[in-house]
Ligand binder design. Structure first.
Ligand code: NDP
Length: 447
């Protein structure tokens, strides 16, 4: 709960200025609460207006996306790009295509991105974008026409030194290809304006794996700091998209046994350990549903509904699907079953009540801003390679990613300790991410 009078007033202001956007309120509230000891030590962040500025996006772009479906009918979607903060570098953050997208979701994601990007230690500002378009069930032609229309407007606002979008839910290699192709055609330039590109046209090795691998490197560093490791641990991972698949791959490589994965319809439980080749075939090749897993592995179980996955007994839980997927009730079920570690691959997957439940029970908790920063960090490495017109090997990128994630863990842990909240990585990540951005904003004067 926020107790500082100024921060309380600021939070009220945010709610008034952004009505009907609960996800954004949740994200801001968590950050402001963490910053209480910071503003006591550095009152200039209040006096010079840094806090009032940081909760207000620099720019919100909202546009119509008309496209023609396979039946020849005109469809209209809504597009967004929120350029939240460019204090330490060009805006950077993914595009989400999902029917649940509206301004509040993009605002919460863009706000989180400011601190996450700062935590990576790389020179990238915070932004996010997307559309309420649902790629699920659409043909490749429909997805291409939508992406081309989306980019026709977005191209006016982005650029390799201005704003560099990437993927997120519903935006993978196929969509990035269509978006990049359209940008190149409109602007007649070949620049690193998007990340997550294919390897034949400027993509980085290890970008696809980066968020999931990075999540496991972070989790491993957190566990090692407490004398533990993935070896022999039972792991539950929600989702079966980009982040979940590569978290599963790395958790298994580090000695864990992943027993469950899910999608928005339900989850599979395989007591022998998830066969990732089957999941990849279903999800990456066929764009199918997770329930098809039991056709190949009849010994596994499929259950309808998403939240049941958190009732499975495990040592390590890695939520990698979507926001607020772990409720207080799910958190209690995990704690009751003896979970030792929770690290967030998805953005804001735990509700505030769930986080509180984990912290109260002494569970090692890695918040999204820190734990899933590997994706954007590797996107920044893709930008570096594009600028140099040079490519690093998989091993080079992976080694850099590993070092970045271990540093993020230690920076967050040290910041928490410095401000009297030892072990609270939620606060530590918020503070460590905030300091660099806030100091830059101070240096610019009013901005
Ligand atoms: P994908 O689209 O590849 O996969 C998303 C997965 O989550 C799918 O299995 C999807 O199931 C499931 N899912 C989506 N919505 C819901 C829902 N409402 N309830 C239950 N399950 C759901 O996305 P990513 O793997 O890229 O992203 C997953 C999370 O990680 C997001 O929160 C994203 O913001 C975050 N993230 C992603 C990064 C990246 O590099 N890709 C970087 C940092 C964070 P279905 O197929 O049924 O929709």
């Amino acid at each position: 709960m926020i107790t500082n009078e100024y921060l309380k007033g600021l939070m009220e202001d945010v709610k008034k200025r952004n009505p009907g956007e609960p996800e954004f309120h949740q994200a801001v509230s968590e950050v402001l609460e963490s910053l209480e000891p910071v503003v006591e030590k550095y009152p200039e962040f209040i006096e010079k207006g840094v806090l009032a500025s940081i909760v207000e996006p620099e720019r919100i772009i909202k546009f119509r996306v008309p496209w023609v479906d396979d039946a020849g009918k005109v469809q209209i979607n809504r597009g967004f790009r929120i350029q939240f903060n460019s204090a330490i570098g060009p805006y950077k953050g993914g595009l989400r295509f999902h029917p649940s997208v509206y301004e509040g979701i993009i605002k919460f994601l863009g706000f989180e991105q400011i601190f996450k990007n700062s935590l990576t230690g790389l020179p990238i500002g915070g932004g996010k974008g997307g559309s309420d378009f649902d790629p699920k069930g659409k043909s490749d032609g429909e997805v291409m026409r939508f992406c081309q229309s989306f980019m026709t407007e977005l191209a006016k606002h982005i650029g390799a030194d201005t704003d560099v979008p990437a993927g997120d839910i519903g935006v993978g290699a196929r969509e990035i290809g269509y978006l990049f192709g359209q940008y190149k055609r409109l602007r007649n330039e070949f620049t690193g304006v998007l990340t997550g590109k294919g390897l034949t046209y400027g993509g980085s090795l290890a970008r696809k794996e980066a968020t999931g691998y990075g999540l496991c490197y972070f989790t491993d560093a957190m566990m090692k700091d407490h004398g533990d490791s993935f070896k022999g641990k039972t792991v539950v991972i929600s989702g079966s998209g980009n982040v979940a698949i590569y978290a599963c791959e790395k958790a298994t490589a580090l000695g864990g046994k992943v027993v469950a994965m899910s999608d928005s319809n339900g989850y599979v439980y395989d007591k022998n350990g998830i066969d990732l080749a089957t999941v990849k075939e279903i999800k990456e090749v066929r764009r199918g549903r997770i329930k098809e897993y039991v056709i190949v592995h009849p010994e596994a179980e499929y259950h309808e509904g998403c939240s049941g996955i958190w009732t499975i007994k495990c040592d390590v839980a890695l939520p990698c699907a979507t926001q607020n997927e772990i409720s207080e009730e799910s958190a209690k079920a995990l704690v009751k079953n003896g979970v030792k570690v929770v690290a967030e691959g998805a953005n804001m997957p735990s509700t505030p009540e769930a986080i509180h439940t984990f912290q109260k029970a002494g569970v090692l908790f890695g918040p999204a801003k820190a734990a899933n920063a590997g994706g954007v960090a590797t996107s920044a490495l893709e930008m570096s390679q594009n600028s140099m017109r040079y490519s690093w090997t998989f091993e080079e990128v992976d080694a850099k990613l590993h070092d970045i994630m271990v540093n993020i863990y230690h920076n967050a842990a040290n910041a928490a300790e410095e401000f009297g909240m030892k072990g609270n990585l939620v606060a530590g990540a918020n503070i460590a991410g905030f300091m660099k951005v806030a100091k830059s904003m101070l240096a610019y004067g009013v901005c």
